[in-house]
Design a protein around this ligand. Structure first.
Ligand SMILES: NC(=O)c1ccc[n+]([C@@H]2O[C@H](COP(=O)([O-])OP(=O)(O)OC[C@H]3O[C@@H](n4cnc5c(N)ncnc54)[C@H](O)[C@@H]3O)[C@@H](O)[C@H]2O)c1
Length: 693
């Protein structure tokens, strides 16, 4: 015995062989690992002295999935199915010894072992759905046979990890063994299997749980219905469900056929390509070419926030959640109390929903200190300003912070669109000024735009990115321009949406197209949600836009029960005859010929204008790479991951086609619109955004 290949080795403990995989970092199922297992199995089976085999991994985890760098390349033997066969068909019992995470192909391999033992900290999961896929090596057929179709549906469509205790309760694990004693315990378990003459339990042959669900299509119908909103537009969850249905209704081999067919379809489709791209984009986004990973960071032990309004409160929660003390400064006692009250209500709602205990609520609240005295920010390591969106107010606040806050602290602004370089002129230490642009609700939305101003220092950038990770956000580093990346692209879409209202479309026509494309809502519904009176001033209003007129009629969005739409008590929108009349009046005044605007035109003008703006953002160096723009739009605006973000989507449409359409729409796109030279160049060269390196 001894080494099998570069990543696998066999050891012997009496009559038990221990087949051990060591392929850092996560023992992914690379060709070498696959070969190591099949060869190791062969050797152990061929050795007459061996009676049982333990499959175990070294390092921090059991096999944690496929080697996704092999995706899209010609498959190298042995296949994962070969590996599984070598285990499942072994005449000697095979016991999987699980620590860390048994994920995807790793769990599928474990499901081919005859028994599974795990340490309490271990986790199991089939996360393929996140990559737009399904477990394609029998996972969808074996899992329901062991845990039952209901639990299997949940696992394959959510992709979530299940902890060892839950796995034991679901019979996915046969025995929990003490932490740190996995190997010895697995060997002992193997001996028990031998002495008790336990059968070679093949999961594929288990029948009870699937037979019990046969003839009960409501299991699947109910599940689809309950998750319809979550799964909308995504192919992979539906395909996973179909596989579980097949496991229930068909013999094992026929179910495997269904799984193989649906897997192949997903793997070759654009959705999975998009979701795999997003997977890499989420890792890429943290890399900043001129701010290397070893850039020194500033320890953040105490955070200050100015303004306890909508944003300030939500931002504060992020830090209290990770145990950092936060001082919130307001100008008036009632605003402060209101702000803290909203935070408490949010926390209590989470506690009622079972996310944490009431004790946790108190613990978090105790970390939040409200004050009217900005001097109390003196010893903060980071202060985030979230006052009104007004340059003079912001500059005054920063001037004050400069005098109060200790040297070496980061002074951040949550501005949505103001020039941070100008804000930085209000302080004597512009290198410590940065934008931390949270999205509303700030305690929920995953995106953080970290906005680098002209003089922002590298440690300040590195610290901000690191902090974003700590509070569970995904951060994209962007540069200063009006609206930064996200809102600037949003604005480009809004210009087209508004223009189409003057050419014959109604707000709900535009919204429907954008919703059907996969976004959570269209531009006008979004306006109603945010409030149409953002930036509106009742003293200066002059009925010059549809939006102004709506505000003048006190139709200021959802909060007033009406905006572009009328809303019922549950805030369900309904097209409004009032809005329709206002739109018609404006359209008539515009002098535009009125026409039926096709859904295709609505989509192309909205989305291609966004793509064009994204290209300009790249040209100007405001975003580091196209995939960062996609990350912003997926996490900040609900762009469907299965379309990979606006820049990836553009690549799938073909940049040539995007440019041709934009040229075709020509003057309709408005006087402000200009074609991005970068987009035009890439299109002419037959290239994609993904080719920009
Ligand atoms: N609401 C959003 O969706 C959103 C999203 C991203 C960024 N932002 C930006 O966040 C900032 C805050 O927006 P908001 O929606 O939370 O506004 P808000 O009106 O809800 O809150 C602002 C708060 O700041 C307080 N304030 C004003 N001047 C102050 C001062 N000098 N010292 C202390 N407190 C002061 C006000 O009393 C108020 O409570 C703005 O710059 C806005 O553009 C907002």
């Amino acid at each position: 015995m001894g080494s099998v290949n570069a990543v696998a080795s066999l050891a012997v403990d009496g009559e038990i062989a221990i087949l051990s995989i060591n392929s850092p970092p996560v023992n992914a199922l690379s060709q070498q690992v696959r070969a190591g297992i099949t060869q190791g199995m062969q050797q152990a089976i061929g050795d007459a002295a061996i009676k049982a085999i333990v499959l175990i991994c070294e390092g921090k985890t059991f096999i944690a999935g496929a080697d996704i760098t092999e995706f899209g390349k010609p498959p190298q033997p042995p296949s994962l199915i070969d590996v599984e066969d070598s285990i499942e068909n072994s005449p000697k019992p095979v016991i999987a010894a699980i620590h860390g995470t048994a994920l995807g192909g790793g769990l599928e391999v474990a499901l081919c072992c005859h028994y599974r033992v795990a340490v309490p900290s271990a986790k199991c999961g089939l996360p393929e759905v996140h990559l737009g896929l399904l477990p394609g090596a029998g996972g969808t057929q074996r899992l329901p046979r062991i845990v039952g179709p209901e639990a299997a549906l949940e696992m394959v469509t959510s992709g979530k990890h299940v902890d060892a205790k839950t796995a034991l309760a679901a019979s996915l694990i046969d025995e929990l063994v003490p932490e740190g004693e996995l190997r010895a315990s697995a060997v002992a378990f193997a001996r028990k299997v031998l002495t008790e003459k336990r059968p070679l339990k093949k999961v594929r042959d288990l029948q009870d749980k699937v037979v019990a669900a046969r003839g009960k299509p409501e299991i699947f119908a109910d599940f689809r219905k309950a998750n319809a909103r979550k799964f909308r537009g995504f192919l992979a969850p539906e395909y996973n469900i179909r596989c579980i249905e097949a496991a229930v209704n068909l013999p094992f081999e026929a179910g495997m056929e269904v799984e193989r067919k649906l897997f192949t379809e997903l793997m070759g489709g654009v959705q999975s390509a998009a979701q795999r791209y997003v997977f890499f984009a989420e890792r890429q986004v943290w890399k900043i070419p001129d701010v290397p990973e070893d850039t020194p960071t500033i320890p953040i032990r105490k955070v200050g926030i100015i303004g306890a309004g909508t944003m300030g409160g939500g931002i504060a929660m992020n830090f209290a959640n990770i145990g950092l003390p936060v001082t919130l400064v307001e100008t008036k006692q009632d605003a402060l109390e209101r702000g803290l009250g909203v935070i408490r209500k949010n926390y209590e709602r989470s506690a009622k929903g079972g996310r944490f205990t009431m004790e946790d609520v108190e613990k978090r609240m105790s970390l939040l200190k409200g004050t009217l005295n900005p001097d109390e920010l003196a010893d903060c390591d980071l202060v985030i300003e979230a006052v009104f969106e007004n340059m003079d107010v912001k500059k005054e606040v920063f001037g004050k912070l400069d005098r109060i806050v200790k040297q070496g602290a980061i002074l951040a602004t949550n501005t949505s669109a103001l020039d941070i370089n100008e804000i930085a002129t209000a302080v004597k230490r512009p290198e410590f000024v940065i934008g931390l642009h949270f999205f509303s609700p700030a305690n929920v939305m995953r995106l953080l735009e970290v906005v680098r101003a002209a003089k922002t220092s590298k440690p300040v950038i590195a610290t901000s990115m690191q902090l974003a990770k700590k509070i569970g956000k995904i951060a994209a580093l962007v540069g200063v321009c009006p609206g930064f990346v996200g809102n600037r692209i949003l604005y480009a879409r809004q210009v087209q949406a508004n223009a189409m209202l003057l050419e014959g479309a109604m707000p709900w026509d535009v919204d429907k197209v954008i919703y059907d494309f996969g976004l959570p809502m269209g531009p006008f519904a979004m306006g109603d949600l945010a409030g149409l009176d953002i930036g509106w001033n009742k003293d200066r209003t002059s009925s010059s836009t549809i939006r102004e007129v709506l505000c003048e009629k006190d139709r200021r969005g959802q909060k007033t029960g009406a905006g572009f739409y009328d809303y019922d008590e549950q805030r369900n929108p309904r097209p409004s005859p009032v809005t329709e009349q206002i739109v018609r009046d404006f359209a008539a005044k515009s002098g535009n010929p009125q026409r039926q605007i096709s859904d295709a035109e609505i989509l192309e003008r909205c989305i291609y204008a966004q793509i064009n703006e994204g290209a300009k953002i790249l040209e100007e160096g405001i975003a580091i790479r196209p995939s960062d723009i996609d990350i912003v739009w997926i996490n900040g605006y609900g762009w469907p991951a299965y379309r990979g973000g606006p820049m990836f989507y553009a690549d799938t449409v073909g940049l040539k086609n995007v440019v041709a359409k934009l040229k075709e729409y020509g003057p309709r796109l408005g006087a402000e619109f200009t074609l991005s030279p970068l987009l035009e160049k890439l299109a002419a060269e037959g290239k994609r955004f993904q080719d920009l390196k």
